[in-house]
Design a protein around this ligand. Sequence first.
Ligand code: CAA
Length: 257
Amino acid sequence: MAYETIIVETRARVGLITLNRPQALNALNTTVMKEMVEALQDFEADGAVGAIVVTGSEKAFAAGADIKQMQQMSYIDAYMEDFFAGWEAMTRIRKPIIAAVAGYALGGGCELAMMCDFIIAAENAKFGQPEITLGVMPGMGGSQRLTRFVGKSKAMDMCLTGRMMDAEEAERCGLVSRVVPVGDLHEEALKAAGKIASFSLPAVMMAKEAVNRSYETTLAEGLRYERRVFHSMFALDDQSEGMTAFIEKRTPNFRHR
Ligand code: CAA
């Protein structure tokens, strides 16, 4: 399938999606949204793919929603097409998605990274929600997801001043899981995704679902949910294989991958 704004490849069991609008620092227009969702859904349906990496260029993961597309938009246009709502399809992907971020991840770029399951950042990464400088506010989840990642004080700071934070600050406050040298970013992200893809896919998907549940429920309900899902894992061949392989001191050969 040929795409206009993204490059889609597979590396062993990892699906790799690279944003490819260099002339606009990978700004996210409607075509990017549609193509990204389609590529993710294809990987979701592909039994040969166990994890997905979303990345951009060394200069920009994505510098935000496309300001040139939005400049002339009216309220009625935005409301009637439920502008940005299409991105929510990304959060219904059940396989794990890693964002590999170098350079600018601003506005919608930061929000896209936060829609992935975790973020690996290059040392040159810069995160921000600068919408306030354009006379608007985040619209792809920034005011909600950033607050859950970094807490109220820093989320307010980022959304109200529009300042950028570097990779070190992003790691310190829990926005990114790890920081790596720029030249190692793709290798590290593909390695992490490859490792995830080597495990039992149903176990990986259930773990992702359980962590995500913690965002939407109380601790008591979340713990109950976790325990029930954990119990159900004893119906998986892969539980038996994983534990037997440990005892037999060999690498597990998971059936459901
Ligand atoms: N939309 C459309 N085009 C963009 C863009 C964006 N978000 N960001 C950069 N570009 C374009 C520029 O217009 C420029 O194109 P031209 O050469 O045709 O003028 C090209 O990409 C290169 O950009 P710069 O010349 O500005 O590059 P720079 O290195 O000097 O600056 C930057 C880099 C600091 C990231 C700067 O481009 C910038 O501030 N970009 C906008 C960041 C922003 O405000 N993002 C939020 C968008 S709103 C949003 O995302 C809403 C939401 O909640 C989803």
